[in-house]
Design a protein around this ligand. Sequence first.
Ligand code: F3S
Length: 65
Amino acid sequence: MKAQIDSGRCQGHGRCYDLAPDLFGDDDEGYGTVLGDGVVPAGGEPDARLAASNCPERAIDLLEE
Ligand code: F3S
């Protein structure tokens, strides 16, 4: 699984990096970023889905590989 954040939709609500700090971070303005290359490590899928489902802007896409 790979996570992406659509920067056009992200409004900086911060749920992603609060709920899944191992997967998401924030930039200088509080917008969400994926850490590293966005590949979700084994076992991290529930956190990734939790973050995606809690983003009010639906800005997080999870790509099944
Ligand atoms: Fe942005 Fe959604 Fe995270 S709006 S900061 S991707 S919770």
